[in-house]
Unconditional design. Structure first.
Lengths: 503, 519
């Protein structure tokens, strides 16, 4: 059907997945309150949240299969970019909830609020991805961020969780202020907050030049903070390490995906004409992020913290696609986000399991000899690590290759070489976990690995993720096609060769 | 034989079977019990070996192009195909792989005692990767297989290796990965700059690249393959990996994985970048590195107290002969390089197996712990002496044919390099013969050695085919040479047919052109 925005009902239809999920989020919240009175563990609220995601997924599928919008300027976009991103968010949130179920129960966290926060954050991401207007993007971003601040500090009994929450909140609020200021300046420059209108004003030369530069800079800073790009990454390791691990998984995967979709939407469509201005800055941000994230991940002794730094590094790879700003790179970005979400959550799922649904067993030594004691879990972890490292045979390779392809198309050879070399660096720390698991004998004393029990839900999530990663690594055709269709037509394309910025 | 093969439509399916049957075998091994794992694995590798032998009769050299070609699209939007083909170069590599895999698995029956299922499935997985690498005629596919071989080898060295196994495994992995990832970027460069439209081997041959681009791209490919070979300054991972790896791991590493590097030069680096390959600076650099490798490795080998480390260094020396043979860019040189590859695969594989047998009996690899073994185990000593002589290239053995041809081919164009490299043959005797003497002869003065057991029947079955090959190739190499000649001729014509950069003597050196190929 064709959406006609003169009717407000059609606005609601355009926002159906978000509306459904928001309703479920409130339902889960209420169910949590009534559950607590009767004193259960609250797993039902988790299942209810999963059901909400399923319904939102069905609504998203309905929009995907043949709903068209009237133009390309409306505040709410009903395009493939948004809907593909929604699949990623729903998948990420779903896996994150499955992984959280045993953790929340064991740590006696308040279940209803936890799951409803996850759902609210997901709604925020979906709004961000759906919007063509900077104001609405900001609203979505804040909805997501506030829910995630709360998730980071969710474990009240854990000092580090509280520290993570506070740190994330203070720095995040600061970054939001930058972002908002940037939006204000852009509004001043172009006379609109609508990305389409901004783009037209820019190409018509009607924008106020003196406001554009500062506006662009502040906007970039605000978004770079959200994707934890160097040098705005300082919060990431502490927050990721302190937050409850299932929340970390959600943050590292879905939240980052949301931020990157917005980055793509703003820079590739609205500010595409300014590619020459921002690509130089982002070139350096990308290079620094790849180098720094990978180098610091090398020396981590905690697997959780290592994954935090590695997620910074992955952000650097993804920024290469933004700099390249062509359809190949954009499709690569979407495909990478999908793969990245699956593999990151799977890796954190293993971390939660090895730490016995707590925060105590995250050191490398805790993985020693796991291969003998828990072979299947270790094989899953090995495949996931190889995927994170971008090794052929896994979807991680196809995704990374796709980014390289985009960079090559834009002739960003130096960035491509940096990407390749930092990937070698990443082999070291991913393989390090593998060698602790397989090449060392179980410790004679200290914590035995015998206690490691994989809950049923985690088991299913892991097997599904590993199957997806291997399958998409060998037969990536369908997923690639979906990603390519998702960016067709929405891109402002940088002129060929214009991407060769940087030294 | 030919009729039989035609009757079962052998050519249509054999290449696929050679790649994927080991994978099926790996799955079977995982599903079987730990006790039966080794038999299951050996059964599968024997089946694959048997199938691969048919190639000898089925392959018709013809004009040297790819035979038994089969092609299917894999990732359509990127122009990536699942394309396989066999020619006079890859046929020997495939046969070498199937043979040494079966032999290494049989030879590891007593050596590997823990986690057998994992071990044998990794061995078969490795075979899938290696055979796929040798048969791929799509550059993307070749890259995937090239990388795929890293993981099984990493675990084989890291789990079943010696004291410093983790160090050796990681070093092996990272060294190879640095080269191969840069090569991936280079592949993408050819794809875009050469406007090939697909990753098919033939499309890459037709990429139009300037000399400057070719030099850079050649450097990236040469780094990847040079580390794998290994060529002199990049060889440091090899002694570590060889010494720490379990016997079957060393055998596969020496016999097959090193060949991936030299095969990569012949198959990809030379034909893709012909102008760079015959650029005087490139040729003289590669020849010099080859010669330095031969002489340096021989000297280092001579002072090793550990027999396994000694043999590891001889690998560097032998591969040096392959490198000079290839970069002589003459037919004799290329043929010699190929024969050295085969001969080294057979003789060094056998040497590692023999050292493994010594280790199983005495739990030491130090040369000084042995002595007088020839008296208590004459069969063992005979096998050892024949293998050692083949390794140093005594006339009548496979090593002689290869090294002689390689030196001959080099002498045609670069006599000084050939003379220097010929010194390496002398040095080979200098490091190998004392070791043979100290292990097999001398006095039987250590009581532990009196109980040194003679070869068992299984061990005879392991060594027998390898010894037979050493002699057969040494005495009658013609069937090999005539099968590989047309394909090598194709490579040579391709290199010389490139816009003759060498014809411009004043071509600027690489150093003067440093800069990004993109700008």
């Amino acid at each position: 059907m064709l959406l006609d925005y003169s009717s407000s009902l059609h606005y609601l239809l355009a926002l159906l997945p978000e509306a459904v999920l928001a309703a479920f989020a409130m339902w889960v919240l209420l169910a949590g309150v009534s559950r607590r009175r009767s004193g259960g563990l609250g797993k039902e609220t988790g299942w209810l949240a999963l059901a909400g995601l399923l319904v939102a997924g069905v609504a998203n599928g309905w929009l995907y299969s043949g709903v068209a919008e009237g133009g390309t300027a409306a505040m709410i976009a009903v395009d493939r970019l948004r809907l593909f991103a929604n699949w990623v968010f729903i998948l990420g949130a779903g896996f994150a909830i499955v992984v959280a179920l045993p953790y929340v129960a064991r740590q006696k966290l308040q279940a209803g609020e936890y799951y409803s926060l996850v759902l609210f954050a997901t709604v925020g991401m979906m709004v961000m991805a759906a919007s063509r207007d900077l104001m609405l993007i900001f609203l979505g971003l804040e909805l997501m961020s506030i829910a995630v601040y709360a998730l980071a500090g969710y474990n009240r009994r854990d000092r580090r969780s509280a520290e993570a929450g506070l740190k994330y909140f203070l720095l995040g609020a600061f970054a939001s202020a930058f972002l908002l200021f940037g939006i204000a300046l852009l509004y001043g420059a172009a006379g609109s907050t609508n990305l389409h209108a901004i783009s037209e004003a820019l190409s018509a030369g009607a924008a106020v030049e003196s406001l554009l530069g500062p506006g662009l800079a502040l906007l970039t800073i605000g978004l770079a903070f959200k994707v934890s790009a160097v040098p705005f990454h300082m919060w990431t390791p502490d927050v990721y390490e302190g937050a409850p691990t299932p929340a970390t998984a959600f943050m590292a995967a879905a939240v980052k995906a949301g931020a990157f979709v917005v980055l793509l939407r703003i820079f590739a469509t609205g500010l595409g004409t300014l590619h020459a201005e921002w690509s130089g800055i982002l070139w350096w941000v990308s290079a620094l992020t790849m180098v720094f994230g990978n180098l610091v991940a090398l020396v981590q002794s905690s697997v959780k913290r290592m994954l935090a730094y590695s997620s910074i590094a992955h952000g650097g790879y993804l920024l290469v696609a933004i700099v390249a700003a062509n359809e190949t790179a954009a499709a690569g970005l979407l495909f990478y986000l999908l793969v990245y979400t699956v593999m990151t959550i799977a890796a954190f799922a293993v971390v939660v399991t090895v730490a016995n649904q707590g925060e105590g067993g995250n050191r490398m030594e805790d993985y020693q000899g796991l291969g003998t004691r828990r072979p299947v879990l270790s094989i899953c972890m090995t495949v996931v690590l190889l995927a994170l490292a971008g090794f052929p045979g896994t979807a991680g390779f196809i995704a990374k290759y796709h980014l390289l392809l985009g960079a090559a198309e834009a002739s960003l050879w130096t960035l491509a070489v940096i990407l390749a070399l930092t990937t070698v660096v990443s082999y070291w720390y991913y393989l390090r976990v593998a060698w602790y698991m397989w090449m060392r004998d179980p410790p004679a004393e200290g914590r035995p690995t015998d206690y490691v029990i994989t809950p049923f839900g985690t088991r299913v999530a892991l097997v599904v993720s590993v199957a997806l990663l291997v399958l998409a690594g060998i037969f990536p055709g369908a997923a690639l096609e979906m990603a390519e269709n998702s960016i067709r037509g929405i891109m402002y394309l940088a002129a060929p060769q214009a991407g060769a910025a940087g030294p | 034989m030919t009729e039989l093969l035609a009757a079962i439509r052998y050519e249509d399916w054999v290449l696929h079977a050679l790649i994927w049957l080991p994978l099926a075998g790996a799955a079977h091994v995982v599903a079987s019990s730990a006790e039966r794992a080794r038999l299951v694995a050996f059964g599968w590798s024997l089946l694959v070996l048997g199938l691969s032998l048919g190639l000898w009769w089925a392959y018709d050299p013809g004009d040297g192009g790819f035979a038994m070609v089969s092609s299917a699209t894999w990732i359509e939007r990127w122009g990536v195909g699942y394309s396989l083909g066999l020619d006079g170069i890859s046929i020997f590599m495939v046969l070498l792989t199937t043979l040494t895999s079966a032999v290494a698995i049989l030879g590891s029956f007593e050596y590997v005692k823990t986690r057998r299922r994992a071990f044998y499935s990794l061995m078969l997985l490795l075979q899938t990767g290696v055979v796929g690498f040798f048969l791929a005629t799509d550059v993307f596919l070749f890259y995937v297989f090239f990388e795929l071989t890293l993981v099984p080898m990493y675990f084989i060295v890291g789990i079943w290796g010696g004291e410093r196994r983790i160090y050796a495994a990681v070093k092996f992995f990272l060294y190879t990965a640095v080269g191969s990832l840069l090569m991936l970027v280079a592949i993408l460069y050819v794809y875009f700059a050469g406007d090939t439209g697909s990753f098919a081997y033939d499309a890459f041959l037709h990429a139009e690249l300037s000399l400057r681009e070719q030099l850079w791209l050649f450097a990236a490919f040469a780094l990847a393959f040079g580390i794998k070979v290994p060529i002199f300054p990049f060889h440091t991972w090899l002694p570590d990996a060889h010494v720490e790896a379990p016997t079957p791991g060393s055998v596969i590493l020496a016999s097959v994985l090193l060949k991936m590097g030299t095969y990569g030069f012949v198959r990809f680096a030379l034909p893709f970048f012909p102008d760079a390959a015959q650029h005087p600076t490139v040729v003289s650099t590669m020849l010099a590195l080859g010669v330095v490798g031969i002489i340096y490795a021989a000297w280092v080998a001579a002072v090793q107290p550990d027999a396994k480390k000694l043999v590891a260094y001889t690998s560097v020396a032998h591969m040096g002969f392959v490198v000079i043979g290839i970069f002589a860019l003459t037919l004799n040189g290329l043929q010699g390089g190929m024969v050295v590859m085969i001969s080294h695969g057979v003789s060094t594989g056998a040497l590692f197996l023999l050292l493994g047998m010594m280790y199983e009996r005495r739990h030491t690899r130090r040369i000084e712990d042995f002595g007088g073994i020839g008296r208590v185990a004459p069969l063992f000593a005979t096998a050892f002496v024949v293998t050692a002589l083949a390794s140093i290239g005594l006339p009548g053995t496979s090593g002689f044919v290869g090294e002689f041809l390689a030196l001959l081919g080099t002498f045609e164009r670069h006599p000084v390099h050939a003379i220097l490299a010929a010194l390496g043959v002398v040095f080979a005797a200098y490091y190998m013969l004392p070791m043979v003497q100290r292990i097999l002869f001398n006095k039987l003065d250590k009581p532990e050695n009196r109980a040194f057991a003679e070869l068992s029947r299984r061990e005879i079955a392991v060594l027998g085919p390898l010894l037979a090959l050493m002699i057969w190739i040494g005495v009658h190499p013609t069937p090999l040479l005539e099968r590989m000649e047309p394909s090598l001729q194709v490579v040579l014509e391709r290199v010389e047919g490139g816009e003759a950069a060498a014809a411009v003597p004043a071509a600027p050196s690489i150093g003067a052109e440093r800069g990004n190929p993109a700008d």
